[in-house]
Design a protein around this ligand. Structure first.
Ligand SMILES: Cc1cc2nc3c(=O)[nH]c(=O)nc-3n(C[C@H](O)[C@H](O)[C@H](O)COP(=O)(O)OP(=O)(O)OC[C@H]3O[C@@H](n4cnc5c(N)ncnc54)[C@H](O)[C@@H]3O)c2cc1C
Length: 496
């Protein structure tokens, strides 16, 4: 082990979450020494990589899981508005940095793609209409359209309505405010900003152990190529290691996670780049989740642009791998089981029967079953046009609450320990889209004494979701419009 290096801040992991926090801290405290430690040879190669997630800029425009139905048939818009506010924080930050010439051409990481909801059957159409009505008056959802007119639907969604049998009631909503984001490119641009400000961004180095000694965190870092070991010492550590987060917190014996368990699920998508199919579908179209299915499994058919090439993506389908990172270890799952979390794992299996049954059904799906699921969206589908690709790993967090085991990791959860000197993000979606708002929350939880001083700068750069909530309709609309103009998010027309 070589000598110990002192840092003001250490960020573990080079994904979009750490990159966002690093840039915010470098704005607020330019004199602080910041080190980012990433185990792979480049940034944004795990969950933040373009093909490891669906690239949806989650803003509540089309995802039904944010708009539950009330018993009286109306729809509760609260969560959709919250996600919309959080996404605006991200949009605002990206626009501010772009305006200052720091993120390069915005079209490399964000594009305008309409977000659409797809309601099927009389009940699905009634839900979609109620959803549209519940959101119609809110400025973040301005301009959202609803239609159940077959001619309009065929114009909005040519691929979806090609060869669709008549007779089933169908409807769609359409928002021109939707986006497709390449979080991998964004991550690399953010870390370039950080490195350009003098931060020490290290690749190919893995944090192997984390320990608290006195008022400092000690991190043992190993170079994966040479095996050389170094130690970092810091008063503040953020663990943004994606699937690697819980194992590191376990190694640090963080009491808050003693009984937490984890369960890895990987995602798969069907993908095509056939030009005639891509040309006939220019949206992200979200449908209803299957009974018992978790929100992450809501089926969607998306136009994606990655590395300048256009594709369609359909899924996700759940698959199983015992690794916690796509480039993790086969032993990850086994090594995570401890006496302290075994009861949680057993209780989660016992108390989530519908979810377990859904996962087993997903894992047993054949290639033909997956094409049949796609045929619900694209009746004219030909299997030979599509390939099955494996996306990122989700490490779902399992907890026990009131004696019941629950899988809570379908959202993201902010964890702090040792008086806020350690912070970590657990769980998956919609983490990338809401990274800026969540990292402002991390700052508030970790540095409560500094927030009053930082507030004016944060309000300019990345206003907290709570701040956004206080804005009137005119301010909201103006902020959205100016961010979209800077990011060159000009809605395109319908597909030909
Ligand atoms: C199938 C799927 C679809 C998704 N779709 C969307 C979507 O459409 N929209 C959206 O907003 N979000 C989506 N998400 C969620 C989104 O991808 C994540 O919230 C986000 O990428 C998480 O970023 P992160 O920085 O926390 O993790 P990551 O990008 O995984 O970064 C963590 C980094 O830490 C590194 N690391 C791990 N352990 C160590 C260690 N010990 N030492 C050093 N480095 C370490 C890893 O190599 C990795 O680079 C999706 C996720 C999945 C799995």
């Amino acid at each position: 082990m070589t000598g110990t290096e002192e840092r003001d801040v250490v960020l573990v992991g080079g994904g979009v979450i750490s990159a966002t926090l690093g840039v915010l801290l470098s704005e607020l405290e330019p004199s602080w020494t910041i080190t980012v430690v990433e185990r792979l040879d480049a940034a944004g190669l795990e969950s933040s990589s373009a093909w490891n997630n669906a690239g949806t800029g989650h803003a509540g425009l089309c995802e039904f899981n944010y708009t539950p139905r009330r018993p009286d048939g109306t729809v509760d818009p609260t969560s959709a508005v919250e996600i919309g506010e959080q996404f605006l924080t991200s949009l605002h930050l990206w626009a501010q940095l772009t305006e200052r010439g720091l993120l390069g051409a915005p079209g490399d990481f964000i594009r305008s793609v309409p977000h659409m909801g797809f309601g099927r059957g009389a009940d699905g159409v009634a839900y979609l209409r109620a959803r549209w009505a519940a959101l119609a008056d809110h400025p973040l959802f301005a301009g959202q359209e609803f239609s159940d007119d077959p001619a309009v639907l065929a114009r909005w969604l040519p691929l979806v309505f090609d060869q669709r049998p008549a007779g089933e009631p169908v409807a769609a909503t359409r928002s021109a405010q939707g986006t497709d984001v390449d979080f991998g490119v964004l991550t690399r641009r953010l870390l370039d900003v950080l490195a350009g400000r003098g931060a020490d961004v290290r690749f190919g180095q893995e944090v192997r152990a984390l320990r608290r000694h006195g008022d400092r965190w000690h991190l043992d870092v190993r170079d994966r190529r040479t095996g050389a070991r170094r130690r970092l010492r810091t008063p503040y550590v953020f663990v943004g290691a994606g699937g690697g987060t819980l194992p590191l917190l376990q190694s640090a014996r963080v009491p808050e996670v003693r009984s937490h368990g984890v369960f890895p699920i990987s995602g798969q998508f069907l993908r095509t780049d056939r030009p005639e199919l891509v040309a006939a579908h220019g949206a992200k179209l979200y449908g209803h989740a299957a009974p018992g299915a978790p929100p992450i499994s809501v089926p969607h058919l998306d136009r994606r642009v990655v590395d300048g090439r256009e594709h369609l993506l359909f899924g996700p389908f759940a698959a199983f791998s015992p690794r916690f990172l796509t480039q993790g270890r086969l032993t990850d799952l086994v090594r995570s089981v401890r006496p302290g979390n075994l009861p949680t794992l057993l209780a989660a299996a016992r108390d989530n029967r519908a979810l377990m049954a859904y996962l087993v059904r997903q894992l047993r799906q054949t290639g033909e079953d997956k094409i049949a699921a796609l045929a619900e969206f694209v009746p004219s589908v030909r299997a030979e046009d599509w390939e099955l690709v494996t996306a990122g790993q989700r490490v779902q967090v399992l907890k026990t609450a009131d004696g019941r085991g629950s899988m809570v990791g379908f959202g993201t959860e902010l964890l702090t320990s040792a008086g806020g000197s350690l912070a970590a993000l657990l769980g998956a979606s919609p983490g990338a889209s809401t990274a800026a708002a969540t990292m402002v929350d991390v700052l508030a939880a970790s540095f409560p004494g500094r927030m009053a001083g930082w507030a004016p700068q944060l309000d300019e750069l990345a206003p907290a979701a709570g701040t956004v909530r206080g804005w009137d309709a005119d301010r909201l609309a103006a902020t959205v419009a100016s961010a979209r103009a800077v990011l060159q998010l000009t809605p395109g027309g319908d597909p030909a």
